[in-house]
Design a binder for this molecule. Structure first.
Ligand code: ST9
Ligand code: ZN
Ligand code: ZN
Length: 341
């Protein structure tokens, strides 16, 4: 066996251990160790995660029932507010700032975004960004952590319930993360994540309604905690599933990523995914200049106004036009809509 990382070695060993010989004449001798490893790849379910997601979704249904029947209206507004803060941590922070460097942020905004991103519990920033950069570099291949070619469920949430394909770590090694390693906010968030995440994603959102307007603790837990978290996870996952399946492809017909209005509305502007994969460095993650389908753009523009965000990057119109003509679907590109949305 070749020297590999411990995770790869474990994945490979587990794959070998579980591989069932189906025929007596397996082409083992004729395959190189590398193809052999890939042929042997099969899903390794991580039951801890499966159980956690079952609890979250059953709990979210119960939370929905409590929200409709007994919850204080303030608790519901509070849940929406926390979902929005967590959403900004993911879209304006993890995604547009740290994954793609589409703008720069002074340290107070970086600290704020790192705290908001803890509220969303989608792994710490370093891990989130590494997976996302690998997703962009190896879109629609086995090295893409949530490869949409493996179906809706896998790209939505299935990828979080199985061990990663060996290609993710193998090919992911070439992705440069040195900019994040240099950022003290990233190092600090990663070190404190085991404490900050439970406090900011679960304890604080549950405690406020109890202390401030006397909400019953279990109602607060299931509405502002579990329901809010589960809905915001599903909203985020739609970008990887729905927006990689349904929608038009004005900018690049060759990739699965598509323009999806519904996902844009749910995921605070992150559904314009064909544009985003064509031009990942645009801070708008869309050709549109409006705010209606892109609350995250409004958030970044506000911080640019007060000087905490700067060097906002956009793509010149002639470059977009050239790209549409070269790789896109020109009939799906409606320039008149661009200022409207
Ligand atoms: C969650 C994330 O939900 C959601 C992300 C969505 C992204 C969407 C993007 C779209 C745009 C933004 C939209 C925002 C919209 C917001 C709207 C809000 C309404 N590169 O991972 P491990 C190596 S998280 C290079 O353990 P396993 C590395 O050496 C939900 N190398 O793999 C690593 O070791 P280390 C909550 C990589 O063992 C080693 O492999 N969290 C890469 O196969 C092992 O890595 C959970 O559910 C890479 N990309 O386990 C937990 N990846 O880290 C989920 C790995 O030491 N995670 N390596 O360097 C797990 O339990 C596990 O990761 C696993 C895989 C079971 C899934
Ligand atoms: Zn994508
Ligand atoms: Zn991206």
């Amino acid at each position: 066996a070749q020297p590999t990382t411990s995770a790869q070695a474990t994945a490979s060993a587990q794959a070998t251990a579980t591989a069932q010989p189906t025929t007596s004449a397996q082409p083992v001798a004729s395959t190189s160790p590398k193809t052999q490893k890939k042929d042997e790849y099969e899903w390794q379910i991580v039951w801890r995660n499966v159980l956690a997601f079952v609890y979250l979704h059953v709990g979210a249904l119960y939370g929905l029932y409590l929200a409709i029947t007994v919850a204080n209206a303030y608790t519901i507004f509070w849940g929406i507010f926390i979902a929005w803060l967590g959403g900004m941590g993911v879209t304006a922070g993890a995604h547009r700032l740290w994954s793609h460097r589409s703008y720069k942020a002074k340290w107070p905004l970086r600290v704020l975004l790192a705290l908001f991103q803890c509220m969303a519990f989608q792994n710490h920033l370093y891990e989130w960004v590494r997976d996302h950069r690998v997703h962009h570099k190896f879109t629609d291949t086995n090295a893409d952590p949530h490869n949409a070619k493996r179906g809706f469920f896998f790209s939505h949430m299935g990828w979080l319930m199985v061990r990663k394909h060996p290609d993710v770590a193998d090919k992911g090694k070439v992705v440069d993360m040195s900019d994040l390693e240099r950022d003290w906010v990233i190092r600090w968030q990663r070190a404190l994540y085991p404490v900050l995440m439970p406090l900011l994603c679960f304890a604080f959102p549950t405690w406020v309604p109890v202390a401030a307007w006397g909400e019953a603790p279990w109602v607060s837990w299931y509405v502002a905690g579990i329901l809010r978290y589960t809905l915001s996870l599903n909203g985020t996952w739609l970008v990887n599933s729905a927006a990689h399946i349904w929608g038009m492809k004005p900018y690049d017909k060759t990739i699965s990523a598509a323009e999806n209005l519904t996902v844009a509305c749910i995921a605070f502007g992150e559904g314009w995914h064909n544009y985003h994969h064509a031009f990942p460095w645009d801070y708008k993650t869309s050709e549109f200049h409006g705010y209606r389908t892109n609350v995250s753009k409004a958030f970044i523009d506000f911080f640019a106004k007060i000087g905490w965000a700067y060097d906002l990057k956009t793509v010149p119109q002639d470059l977009i036009r050239k790209r549409v003509a070269r790789t896109g679907d020109i009939t799906a590109h409606h320039e008149s809509d661009i200022w409207g949305w």
